[in-house]
Design a protein around this ligand. Structure first.
Ligand SMILES: *Cc1c(COP(=O)(O)O)cnc(C)c1O
Length: 321
C-alpha cells in the first residue's frame, strides 16, 4: 500500500481548494452549551458548496489531475453527496465527469448531479457490480476513478474542515466526527493531531452499521451488510485501507447513536439553530448529547457534515416522533 497522507497534505489541500470551497462558519448555541455543560463549536459543513464537506475532498483530488487526466475526465460511483461533489468540482474545472448511480437512486439526487453537469450512468444494484462498471468505463474512455473516501487526496481534502475549525477556535478538548467510510474522520485526525495534540477525537456511526467499531476492536476491516438507518451518508459496508490505518492509529474511540437520537438532533438544529442538517450530519452532536456527563467544562468541536435532505422526508421524521 502506498504511503498514508499526513498533515502536510492537509495544508497543501487548503491552498489548492482556497477560492473554490467555502470557509464555512463555526456557530455556537447557548442552549447547546447549557445542555452539555461545556462550550460547543459547530463547524457547519451543511453550508459548504453542494451542501456537504465532500466538495473539499473532491476538489482537492481533481486539482491534482495531470492535463491529460483533466482532458479525459473523472468517473466515480455514488448515489449521495460524493456524486454531487465530483460533478460540481469537475464542472468548476471544465472537466467531464461520469457518475455511476443505481437505477433506484432518488430522482432528486440524479437531477442534482445532472444539474451540476455530471453524466449519469445507471446500473442495477441487484445484478450488476458498480465497481466493475466504473473500472470498465475508466478503461474504455481513459477516465480517472476517484472513490468516495479511500483515497489520499480525498482524505487530505476532507481534513481542511477541521484545520479551519481549530485555527478559528484554538485547541479543543474533544472533537466529534460523523463516520461512514472514514474519509472525513481520517482527515480530521490528521488536522487535530497537528493543531490540538491533546484533543480526544471520536468517530460516530449509526448503531445499525457499527462496522468501524467492530473493525477497531478486531484490528482488521470488518465488512457488514448495508445497514438500515436514516443516516444514508453512513450506509457504508466497510472502512477503506487508508482510512482504517489512520483511524486505528489516531482515533480515541468510535461511538454509535440510534436513528431516534438522530431525529432528536435534527429537531434541535432546526428549532434552536435555525438550520437544516441531514440525518448523517447529526451523528456527531447526537454522540455529544449521549456522553455529556464526561464533557463538563470542556471545549468541544462538532462537525456538522451536511444538510442535503428532502424536505418531505424531514417533516416525515418529525411527524413520526
Ligand atoms: C459522506 C458523508 C459522511 C461520511 O463521510 P465518510 O468520509 O464516508 O466517513 C458523513 N456525513 C455526510 C453528510 C456525508 O455526505
Amino acid at each position: 500500500m502506498p504511503e498514508l497522507p499526513d498533515y502536510s497534505d492537509v495544508v497543501a489541500a487548503t491552498g489548492r481548494i482556497a477560492g473554490h470551497a467555502n470557509k464555512t462558519p463555526v456557530l455556537t448555541s447557548r442552549t447547546a452549551d447549557a445542555e452539555i455543560g461545556g462550550q460547543v463549536f459547530f463547524k457547519c459543513e451543511n453550508f459548504q458548496r453542494m451542501g456537504a464537506f465532500k466538495f473539499r475532498g473532491a476538489m482537492n483530488a481533481l486539482m491534482r489531475f495531470t492535463p491529460e487526466q483533466r482532458n479525459d475526465g473523472v468517473v466515480t460511483f455514488s448515489s449521495g453527496n460524493h456524486a454531487q461533489a465530483i460533478a460540481l468540482a469537475a464542472h468548476q474545472l471544465g472537466m467531464p465527469a461520469t457518475i455511476v448511480m443505481p437505477e433506484d437512486a432518488p430522482e432528486a439526487k440524479v437531477a442534482a448531479t445532472r444539474g451540476y453537469g455530471g453524466k449519469v450512468v445507471r446500473f442495477n444494484r441487484y445484478t450488476e457490480n458498480r465497481e466493475e462498471i466504473c473500472a470498465a468505463l475508466a478503461e474504455k474512455h481513459g477516465l480517472t476513478m476517484i472513490p468516495p473516501y479511500d483515497h489520499p487526496d480525498v482524505i487530505s481534502g476532507q481534513g481542511t474542515a477541521v484545520k479551519e475549525l481549530i485555527e478559528e477556535t484554538g485547541p479543543l478538548d474533544a472533537l466529534f466526527v460523523c463516520l461512514g467510510g472514514g474519509g472525513l474522520l481520517s482527515g480530521s485526525l490528521l488536522a487535530a493531531k497537528a493543531l490540538s495534540p491533546d484533543c480526544q477525537t471520536y468517530g460516530v456511526e449509526p448503531e445499525a452499521g457499527d462496522d468501524a467499531l467492530q473493525s477497531l476492536r478486531a484490528g482488521k476491516i470488518i465488512h457488514i451488510d448495508t445497514p438500515k438507518t436514516i443516516a444514508d451518508g453512513a450506509q457504508t459496508q466497510h472502512l477503506g485501507h487508508y482510512t482504517f490505518e489512520i483511524i486505528r492509529r489516531d482515533v480515541t474511540d468510535i461511538l454509535t447513536v440510534s436513528d431516534n437520537e438522530l431525529v432528536a438532533c435534527m429537531r434541535f438544529y432546526a428549532e434552536r439553530m435555525k438550520m437544516i442538517v441531514e440525518p448523517t450530519g447529526c451523528l456527531s452532536f447526537a454522540a455529544v448529547r449521549k456522553m455529556k456527563a464526561q464533557l463538563k467544562g470542556k471545549r468541544i468541536g462538532v462537525i456538522v457534515s451536511g444538510g442535503n435532505v428532502d424536505l418531505a422526508k424531514l417533516s416525515g421524521y418529525f411527524a413520526a416522533t
